[in-house]
Design a protein around this ligand. Structure first.
Ligand code: GLY
Length: 357
């Protein structure tokens, strides 16, 4: 049993704290406002396939490994009292013009080359699957295995499951102040400030995201997650069981700026209305901006940085997806056991290799 400190109370930090405490470790979690930050704003996609892109094969494999762990992760959490709201309706990616269709063809070709089953559908078939989809949609890709989770229920569920974890509502700025057998750095976009190896390797990647709700008489939201690339900008629409629709997300570098811009909101709404025209009549219930923990190569940093200090950060666009595989790896190391092979490409050791080159 170790005395473990987790720095950061987003989905990654909470998942590690929960699993570590359940294994008998004495856990203290530092965060001024646990359960908020980027995890609170996330769309909740668990989507390794539709986030995949040529050149990022290791990201895909790691994501698929974590997705395999999601059903039991969700069941274990539900058994602790609060169901985290895993949705198994799958994902539909649609193309609106020839450039989008070409983008989708590249994605489908890439996935097929890796032996992944993908179903390319016509515009008509896409509308049959999701009747609210625009008449102008030309083609689509049905990906039943890419799931979603209600991020806010998940965070509530994780807090409930953290039995015995001591929460300290403070920001840690200096690791020298921490006394523990093991320290886990899981402070998202801010983690780069905690350790010299991560400085510059983990950076804030701003995203604006909206929440909408159908008003009386509106077309209902889609059942599946809908995704598209509209004029080069990726968007997603993720339905929640309570009827809300999460519309995300912009992505750009703006340091630690968390303001919502008119341009960001306009781009999201314009893009989404082209995919789902009925959305124009929905109530806009929330606009927010958060900071993803961007990494240099879209892979996270999960592993030992120095004796007893572990990184669990840089999850880029995939924090919720990668929570189970990350937590399992860190807890294995705390137990003195090897982690699963799939996590190895995420080793922070690759930063040292780059430094030597
Ligand atoms: N996971 C999608 C995003 O980061 O916007």
């Amino acid at each position: 049993m170790t005395e473990t400190v987790v720095i950061g109370g987003g989905v990654i930090g909470l998942s590690i704290a929960w699993r570590a405490a359940a294994r008998g470790h004495r856990v203290t979690l530092y965060d001024p406002d646990p359960g908020r930050g980027a995890s609170w704003l996330a769309g909740g996609m668990l989507a390794p396939v539709t986030e995949a892109w040529p050149g990022e094969e290791e990201v895909l494999s790691l994501g698929e490994e974590s997705l395999r762990r999601w059903p039991s992760f969700a069941r274990d959490l539900a058994a602790e009292g609060v169901d985290p709201g895993l949705s198994e309706h799958g994902t539909l990616v649609v193309a609106l013009d020839s450039a989008d269709a070409a983008h989708l063809d590249i994605l489908a070709g890439f996935l097929r080359s890796l032996g992944r089953a993908v179903e390319q559908v016509s515009g008509r078939e896409a509308r049959r699957a999701e009747p609210g989809v625009a008449g102008s949609v030309r083609s689509g890709l049905l990906v039943p295995g890419d799931l979603a989770v209600d991020n806010r229920k998940l965070l509530h569920s994780l807090r409930r499951a953290c039995h015995g974890v001591r929460f300290v509502h403070e920001t840690v700025t200096d690791l020298a102040e921490i006394r523990a057998d093991a320290v886990v750095l899981a402070a998202g976009a801010w983690t780069g400030r905690l350790h010299p190896l991560l400085a510059g390797a983990v950076r804030p990647l701003k995203g604006e995201i909206l929440r909408l709700r159908p008003r009386r008489g509106c077309l209902p939201p889609p059942k599946r997650t809908l995704r598209a690339v509209v004029e080069g900008r990726p968007i997603y629409l993720v339905p929640r069981a309570n009827g809300e629709l999460v519309l995300g997300a912009t992505q750009y570098e703006a340091g630690f700026d968390e303001t919502v811009t008119a341009k960001g909101v306009r781009e999201l709404l314009e893009g989404a209305e082209r995919v789902l025209p009925g959305l124009a009549e929905y109530e806009l219930v929330e606009m927010a901006a958060g900071l993803r923990a961007g990494s240099v190569d879209a892979l996270p940093f999960v592993g030992e940085l120095e004796d007893g200090v572990f990184a669990a950060t840089g999850h880029h666009r995939n924090g919720l997806l990668l929570a189970p595989v990350t937590a399992d790896a860190v807890v294995a190391w705390l137990d003195g056991e090897p982690a699963s092979e799939e996590i190895l490409p995420a080793s922070p050791g690759r930063l040292l290799k780059k430094e030597r080159v």
